[in-house]
Design a protein around this ligand. Structure first.
Ligand code: NDP
Length: 447
């Protein structure tokens, strides 16, 4: 993998220690390859084995989640919380409830989170958790009982100054509410132990919109830097969850036109532009499938499966669903059709080969670590508001978000330039994120 023998040795040890965890291997490899120029310049990171330490989670918690369904059956799922790195602050990162969740997925997400949180400039360490429970398959009361059981166990390990989870796939305001309520009962305290809370009880304005808006802010920043604009651009978005919906909203506010959205069953193409009110009603209120859209908007087309979504002509692509959803052939199709920018709303939605295609073809490629950091950034702002027992206005939170995304862009761009990889935001984001964490670990001794 690497020309550098120390870096290669760390990677081989990760494979040996985490057998079969391919998503985690993929995420580690991307970071290790990116930071090779840093290692060359700074032998102290090798001497103190920062690399060997940074790829090992500080703590891995796996637990049984027993709960009862509506028929009285005794059910069991598996829960995870991987507390990856606390050099910069309390562990911070979302909880994912999805049947595909396993140790590899949580570990890759936790690892990415460390560098992403570092990039925001806020004082947050990195962690991630979740369960293989699927909220979509269960009634309201089953979801509530599951969340209560999940947090009953997790409550031993988290706290407002220790570990502050948030939402991710399958965990939205409803699930955060059930977990927060149960945590409050167990501890008899009202603290900001979870972010993504309801606005009436400690949540922050703009948290719901933050990841999607932040994604579009950073893409806009990069386009402007290249003398281009979102205005008038045709945009492809995948997913129809929290990130996707608010990415579409911001693109439309800035004068672009989004023509696709998807869910795990298939995708819709509306050449006249996605009617977001319909999607919000279907997804946020009625919890229905995206294919229902075409029965309301007759000019739109529904395609089963995800094959073909990236073949549609566009100038900007924003994958906002899940990991490895856009591969090399998709990236080649996008390039062929004139795509000028791709921003990762989801975590690691582009395969490494797809990312290479974008970079080789001078498509502006903004990796998830930088591009979707807006969500955790506003979570950090929610923690600050909770500590001060205050609630900011929408405009204040939104302008803080915009500033953070601009800073992430500038820092990633500068780091890439300093280390001889101008225009490569994968390398830039990894280096900028890594340096802060590595330096904090060095300063804190053998941690
Ligand atoms: P949601 O659960 O709100 O939405 C996820 C969307 O992606 C849904 O449309 C879902 O469809 C689709 N999806 C999920 N799994 C698959 C799959 N295996 N194949 C195809 N489609 C799939 O999650 P979010 O919008 O919160 O998260 C989306 C991505 O963004 C994730 O990678 C997450 O880690 C990342 N992210 C989220 C942040 C946040 O603040 N929410 C912050 C930073 C990153 P269906 O409903 O059919 O499952």
């Amino acid at each position: 993998m690497s020309a550098n023998s120390e870096v290669e040795a760390v990677y081989q040890q990760v494979i040996q220690r985490n057998p079969g965890e391919t998503e985690f291997h993929q995420a580690v490899k991307e970071v290790l390859v990116s930071i090779e120029p840093v290692i060359k310049k700074h032998p102290e990171y090798v001497e103190t084995n920062i690399l060997g330490r940074i790829v090992e989670p500080e703590r891995q918690i796996t637990f049984r989640v027993p709960w009862q369904d509506d028929k009285g059956n005794f059910c069991v799922n598996r829960g995870f919380r991987f507390e990856f790195n606390s050099a910069l602050g309390p562990y911070k990162g979302g909880l994912r409830f999805h049947p595909t969740v396993n140790a590899s997925i949580i570990k890759f997400l936790g690892f990415e989170q460390v560098f992403k949180n570092s990039l925001t400039g806020l004082m947050m360490g990195g962690g991630k958790g979740g369960s293989d429970f699927d909220p979509k398959q269960h009634s309201e009361y089953e979801v509530m009982r599951f969340c209560q059981s999940f947090i009953t166990e997790l409550s031993r390990h988290i706290g407002p100054n220790t570990d502050v989870p948030a939402g991710d796939i399958g965990v939205g305001g409803r699930e955060i509410g059930y977990m927060f309520g149960q945590y409050k009962r167990l501890r008899n305290e009202f603290t900001g132990v979870l972010t993504g809370k309801g606005l009436e009880w400690g949540g922050s304005l703009v948290r719901k919109e933050a990841t999607g808006y932040g994604l579009v802010y950073i893409v806009d920043e990069a386009l402007k830097d290249a003398g281009k604009s979102i205005e008038g651009a045709t945009v492809l978005v995948s997913g129809s969850g929290n990130v996707a919906i608010y990415a579409v909203e911001k693109v439309h506010q800035l004068g672009g036109k989004v023509v696709t959205m998807s869910d795990s069953n298939g995708f819709i193409y509306d050449p006249e532009g996605i009617k977001l009110d319909t999607v919000k009603q279907l997804k946020e209120v009625e919890r229905k499938r995206i294919k229902e859209y075409v029965s309301i908007h007759k000019k739109a087309k529904y395609t089963e499966g995800s094959d073909g979504i990236w073949n549609i002509k566009c100038s900007i692509a924003l994958p906002c669903a899940t990991q490895n959803e856009l591969d090399e052939k998709d990236a080649k199709a996008l390039v062929k059709n004139g795509c000028i920018a791709a921003g990762e709303g989801a975590n690691m939605p582009c395969t490494p080969e797809a990312a290479d295609v974008f970079i080789e073809n001078k498509v502006i490629f903004l990796p998830g670590k930088a591009a979707n950091a807006g969500g955790v950034a506003v979570s950090g702002l929610e923690m600050a508001q909770n500590n001060q027992r205050t609630a900011w206005a929408f405009d204040k939170a939104d302008s803080e978000l915009k500033n953070i995304m601009t800073t992430i862009y500038e820092n990633s761009k500068t780091a890439a330039e300093i280390y001889g990889k101008k225009g490569n935001f994968v390398v830039g984001a990894n280096i900028a994120g890594f340096l802060k964490v590595a330096n904090a670990m060095m300063a804190q001794g053998l941690v």
